[in-house]
Design a protein around this ligand. Structure first.
Ligand code: HEM
Length: 421
């Protein structure tokens, strides 16, 4: 908790170990003293950080800020080394998060026909079953690492199921995704190999589903048509890849950060447990939004590139400059949220930016909500005395730029002999 005005003084060190552990004091300083802040990222790229809620919301909706990395005015010496998502021109990178209208409008409309809220709602029993099975895996032990044994496998199996990846192949995805999460999005060694394998697998799967369609999302993507238009095989493969990629680490960290916050806020956690015991869903629903606002998974992943000179919060941004909208900073802005550093699971006036805003608003938000709610309810109901197994200071955060999340989350609880599946 902070909830105090940030001290004046020099700019805080960004991207340090302290920053990875708790970036919020630095964000408070930036919001107050340098709300649109030019900084050099660890990769060497100069970028603008937008930290106030009003500026962030406006920037996310500003069509002069492009998602296409081709607009990045990148110095020749940094070509290919900046770590900017999608700057590699591989065909899988031509996806929703890297393109602008009109292509974005066309692809988003097509994918929205297949990835509907109804499909997600019908998927609820499967998410429940996965949650039960994963908790069964450690419920009798009395201890677990909730990242590796729970938060990590849940979304990867869920997305694989949704896409139509056969069960016997899903552990391969788990391994490839594990490589990507451990080593970040860099183009090196194991990560590049994992992306290549995933790409090869998806291309083949799409081919098979075209011959033998099923009731899965990949078949839906192939079938989807809009005014007679269809996705090409490459577009369908890129779409499947982005659904995996965008929906995986985010959800791992929604669950990990959410459980961590609850374990450190006993009064709020007790209220949630009471309401779940009474069979209510309301607090779980507002609560998952509040956990996302309070310590969401997306740190600096919302890149934009200025296509022309423009002003944000009084700062002149040159054409070609990268702009990073810092959702986590905006979502703790006291100008928008009362007591922004305090977790209040009942918070209703909570239009946070955790899922973005505007045309790129998270396509997977209904699935993320379903997974987050099912996961938290499962853990708190079946492991009622769940607690951290280490001192909070010993927890290690990943410290990547893109996502905020824990490396491990060791917990303890009274073992329970009752397995469900
Ligand atoms: C876009 C957050 C889960 C698929 C986004 C954006 C954010 C976000 C902030 C916008 C990025 C920008 O404007 O630059 C989250 C969070 C999640 C989550 C916090 C979990 C807690 C998922 C899931 C899926 C998914 C489960 C799919 C399975 C997508 C896609 C986009 C997107 C496809 C691109 C949409 C577009 O560009 O039109 N997400 N996401 N996300 N998300 Fe999510």
């Amino acid at each position: 908790m902070h909830d105090q005005p940030p001290a004046a003084g020099p700019a805080p060190a960004l991207f340090s170990w302290e920053f990875a552990t708790d970036p919020y004091p630095a964000y408070a300083w930036l919001r107050e003293h340098s709300p649109v802040h030019r900084t050099r990222l660890p990769s060497g790229v100069e970028a603008w950080l937008v930290t106030r809620y009003a500026d962030a919301r406006q920037a996310l909706a500003d069509q002069r800020l492009s998602k296409n990395p081709a607009h990045h005015d990148e110095p020749a010496h940094a070509k290919g080394k900046t770590g900017i998502p999608g700057e590699r021109k591989a065909e899988l990178m031509t996806h929703l998060l890297n393109i602008d209208p009109p292509d974005h409008t066309r692809l988003r409309r097509l994918v929205s026909k297949a990835f509907t809220p109804r499909r997600v709602a019908e998927f609820a029993p499967r998410v429940q079953e996965l949650t039960d099975r994963l908790i069964d895996g450690f419920v009798t032990k009395g201890s677990a690492d909730l990242i590796h044994e729970f938060a990590f496998p849940l979304p990867i199996y869920a997305i694989c199921d949704l896409l139509g990846v056969p069960r016997e192949d899903q552990d391969d995805f788990r391994d490839w995704a594990g490589m990507m999460i451990r080593h970040g999005g860099g183009p090196r060694g194991g990560v590049a190999r994992s992306v290549k394998k995933m790409r090869g697998y998806l291309a083949e799967l799409i081919h098979r589903k075209r011959e033998h369609p099923g009731d899965d999302l990949i078949s839906g993507l192939i079938r989807a048509s809009d005014h007679g238009e269809h996705l090409t095989e490459n577009e369908a493969a890129a779409m499947a890849f982005i659904l995996l990629f965008a929906g995986f680490e985010t959800t791992v960290n929604l669950i990990g950060n959410g459980v961590h916050t609850l374990l450190r806020t006993p009064d709020q956690r007790a209220r949630l447990q009471e309401s779940l015991a009474a069979g209510e869903r309301g607090l779980l629903e507002t609560g998952i939004e509040e956990l996302l606002r309070h310590d969401g998974p997306v740190e600096l992943a919302t890149w934009r590139f200025a296509t022309e000179p423009l002003t944000i919060g009084g700062e002149r941004i040159a054409a070609g400059d990268p702009v990073l909208v810092v959702l986590a900073a905006a979502d703790r802005d006291p100008a928008r949220f009362d007591g922004p550093d305090t977790l209040d699971l009942t918070r209703r006036d909570n239009q946070h930016l955790g899922y973005g805003h505007g045309i790129h608003y998270c396509l997977g938000a209904p699935l993320a909500r379903l997974e987050g709610q099912t996961a938290l309810a499962g853990l708190l109901t079946r492991l009622p005395d769940l607690r951290l197994a280490v001192d909070p200071d010993e927890l290690r955060w990943r410290g990547g730029l893109i996502m905020r999340g824990l490396r491990t989350l060791p917990v303890e609880f009274t073992p329970n002999e009752r397995v469900l599946t």
